[in-house]
Design a protein around this ligand. Structure first.
Ligand code: NAP
Length: 301
């Protein structure tokens, strides 16, 4: 099965194309402003807001499946630039999906746990979506609906992703926290915000396996464990050898953000765990140990 990965230069997309190359699965990765630093990868520059360019790139690549990771993935940026957010996240998805439909390709859309409002927690795939609380969520919910209307479309909802970004380090929550711990700086972390974080390398394996099934509809691909950001900070300190006093317990009400953040967006992953045969969803401890095993960043060693 040949893959076409949009957003191959992103945090998730880079890990995804890296894993595909390692597994010797044929893949073409697309990027927009950052070339993808993966040796021997076929790659193409595509702006997803340009329907002709999208169609031409996908037609030339002749894939069997498209995994659509390209997006403006930062809620605060989307809130400040709503038209751009809609152009990339919604219209961009429409264009990639149109190319998939034209060639009858499998289409996998990367959504988010943030489509929920966080009032309930442990959301299943059958839980109804609330009205969107911000522009990012609006674009993700609408792009999900486009995908679900296609008979060969699969929506994968990962949770908050953590890991090391090999293209633009220092942008995701975990890496920002990690780098500050490395400098010996204290980090305020929410004790009252819960997620089921997805370790990015584990998520890449999950996506590769699910893309090769016949599953359609929605699947939740969070990690195996519900955890607060504070507890995640504590575990990071313990596993990488930082002083746990650097993780400072903080309440959400104490910090103002441009886009509102939900309290508990944890995902019920029962369905995906029943489908997966080769990949196991990682707990946070396991995910952090995996990161430590491949990155020589530990202050303890
Ligand atoms: N990060 C998380 O914690 C998280 C959690 C849940 C769901 N998600 C979802 O997972 C997906 C991947 O997120 P991520 O964190 O990997 O995002 P990211 O690191 O910000 O990467 C975004 C990717 O989109 C590409 N892109 C942006 N504008 C584009 C355009 N106009 N045309 C073509 N490509 C464009 C970027 O290309 P260049 O860099 O080359 O410009 C980059 O490859 C997104 O759908 C996001 O909503 C993320």
């Amino acid at each position: 099965m040949k893959f076409f990965v949009t957003g191959g230069s992103g945090f998730l997309g880079h890990h995804l194309v890296q894993k595909l190359v390692e597994q010797r699965l044929p893949v073409v990765g697309s990027f927009f402003q950052h070339a993808i630093p993966v040796d021997s990868l076929k790659q193409v520059r595509v702006d997803v807001t340009d329907p002709k360019a999208v169609s031409a790139a996908i037609h030339a690549a002749e894939p069997d499946v498209i995994v659509h990771c390209a997006a403006l993935a930062q809620p605060d940026f989307c809130e400040k630039h709503p038209e751009r957010a809609r152009a990339v996240n919604l219209e961009g998805t429409r264009h990639v999906l149109a190319a998939a439909k034209a060639a009858q390709l499998r289409f996998v859309y990367l959504s988010s746990d943030l489509v929920f409002d966080g009032e309930k927690g442990y959301y299943t795939e059958d839980d109804p979506l609330p009205p969107p609380q911000n522009v990012y969520v609006e674009t993700k919910q609408r792009a999900e609906r486009l995908t679900l209307a296609y008979e060969n479309g699969l929506v994968i909802r990962p949770a908050l992703m953590y890991g090391f970004d090999g293209v633009r380090p220092g942008r995701n929550f975990f890496e920002i926290m990690f780098q500050r711990f490395q400098r010996g700086e204290a980090v305020k972390l929410f004790v009252d915000q819960y997620r089921t974080p997805s370790q990015v390398r584990n998520l890449a394996d999950v996506i590769i396996e699910l893309a090769q099934t016949r599953e359609t509809g929605i699947l939740h691909a969070g990690g195996a464990e519900r955890i607060s950001r504070y507890e995640m900070g504590i575990r990071t300190c313990k596993i990488f050898g930082f002083d746990t006093a650097l993780a400072v317990p903080t309440r959400m009400a104490d910090i103002q953000l441009a886009a509102s953040r939900p309290r508990d967006c944890s995902l019920d992953t029962t369905r995906v765990q029943q489908i997966l045969r080769q990949t196991h969803l990682m707990t946070v401890t396991r995910g952090l140990q995996d990161l430590k095993s491949i990155f020589p960043y530990s202050v303890a060693s």
